[in-house]
Design a protein around this ligand. Structure first.
Ligand code: NDP
Ligand code: MG
Length: 381
């Protein structure tokens, strides 16, 4: 039995993680959860899985929960995220919160040598060097949940690093893949939330439409696999069947394929290096699909991808700025305070106005993250 601690239990990845736990209740126990504001969903999860620990953001949410057994204890506040991640009873941390809020929890789990299934890509974007440095120091593997990175992780299995020509990330193109930039001027939040292949949380769905999601994934791949940016390519593949590929020195390409279903990479991160059956996921039927499409990514059409490459290559504090500006901009767009194309502008301005700080420590990163958010919010009050 492995004890699972799940941060972001009420979200899209969180719920799909629970699907996997349900399938294999003889192997996994939900030990602890954290969530944000969705009390109703959290209550359902508590009633079904009876976790020992539940982390809530504030007293108000604690009071909204209906827990009258002594089996479940409720902890309050951001520090409690770290506490359950590092808890001696936790075997595996699934970090599926949205945003840089997940950073300290990841670091706490690394320091206590947990198995870590990482969905929370913002953590790796905002502080990749700190996370990977700590992972190396404590000898901890970060097992990717993101489908592209799970694919690369599987395609890399056992191969020597110097034999890699390049990594090829595939991108579905998001909700607006067939729209021109002119047409993007008038798109709405509802349009953007309508992703063709995947059902995900709001923030990542907007990131997919702006292609920032792929940009964040380029930086995520750089850190997870220690690959330079000029060896990471992105191609558009609208069916999301090939989840990503590795090209080797001898031109051989190894890809991982499957129907678009996050429960597959989630489960692999929980069972690695073993595999378990997953009857709830539809088998890939290539004859039914019959045709796969590939096309070049246009960095002019999708400037956010370009921003991410540039911020990644510049390094230092630039990825922190990119991530913080993007988190705020997406939030402003979701609240209909800015238009879709203004997301790009907000991020570009933040990057232009920032003076790079090389090799920032945790305190510096948190400071920059807060300052960028404050500055942007100030101009849109
Ligand atoms: P959702 O928005 O669906 O879920 C986010 C989760 O984080 C919710 O459970 C939310 O709680 C919780 N949360 C938010 N703020 C806090 C907080 N301060 N403390 C504790 N919990 C908090 O996002 P997704 O599941 O889509 O994405 C989660 C992460 O996984 C992101 O980093 C995303 O990029 C990554 N990812 C997602 C994929 C997907 O298919 N969805 C694919 C690949 C990566 P509540 O809802 O209760 O407020
Ligand atoms: Mg992905």
């Amino acid at each position: 039995m492995k004890n699972i601690t799940l941060l972001g239990a009420t979200g899209s990845i969180g719920r799909q993680t629970l699907d996997v736990l349900r399938e294999h209740s003889n192997q996994f126990r939900l030990y602890a959860i954290a969530f944000g504001r969705n009390v109703e969903k959290a209550q359902e999860i508590i009633n079904e899985f009876h976790p020992r620990k539940v982390v809530v953001q504030d007293e108000k949410i604690r009071q909204a929960l209906d827990i009258h057994n002594s089996h479940t204890s409720v902890l309050v506040g951001k520090e409690a995220l770290e506490e359950i991640s590092a808890d001696s009873e936790t075997d595996v941390l699934v970090n599926a919160v949205m945003g840089s809020i997940g950073l300290e929890a990841t670091l706490a789990a690394i320091k206590t040598r947990k198995q870590i299934a990482i969905a929370n890509k913002e953590t790796l974007v905002t502080a990749g060097h700190l996370v990977m440095e700590a992972a190396a120091k404590y000898g901890v593997d970060l097992l990717p949940v993101d489908s592209e990175h799970s694919a690369i992780f599987q395609a890399l299995n056992g191969e020597a690093h110097h034999d890699i020509n390049r990594i090829i990330l595939t991108a579905s193109g998001g909700s607006f893949r067939d729209k021109t930039r002119e047409e993007l001027k008038s798109v709405t939040v509802a349009d953007a939330l309508n992703h063709p292949n995947w059902s995900m949380g709001d923030k990542i769905t907007i990131d997919s439409a702006s292609m920032m999601n792929k940009g964040l994934e380029v930086i995520e791949a750089h850190w997870l696999f220690d690959i330079p940016y000029d060896k990471i390519d992105v191609i558009q593949h609208k069916e999301s069947i090939i989840h990503s590929m590795v090209e080797y020195a001898d031109t051989s390409v190894i890809a991982q394929l499957g129907t678009p279903d996050m429960r597959v990479p989630i489960q692999y991160a929980l069972t690695y290096p073993d595999r378990l059956s997953l009857p709830i996921s539809k088998k890939l039927d290539l004859i039914e699909i019959s045709t796969l499409h590939f096309s070049k990514m246009d960095l002019k059409r999708f400037p956010c991808l370009d921003f991410a490459y540039q911020a990644g290559k510049q390094g230092g504090s630039m990825p922190t700025v990119l991530n913080a500006a993007n988190e705020v901009a997406v939030d402003l767009f979701l609240r209909e305070k800015i238009t879709f194309l203004e997301i790009e502008k907000v991020i570009e301005n933040a990057l232009i106005n920032h003076t790079i700080i090389p090799n920032p420590d945790l305190e510096t990163i948190n400071g920059i993250d807060q300052e960028i958010r404050r500055q942007i919010l100030k101009s849109y009050r």
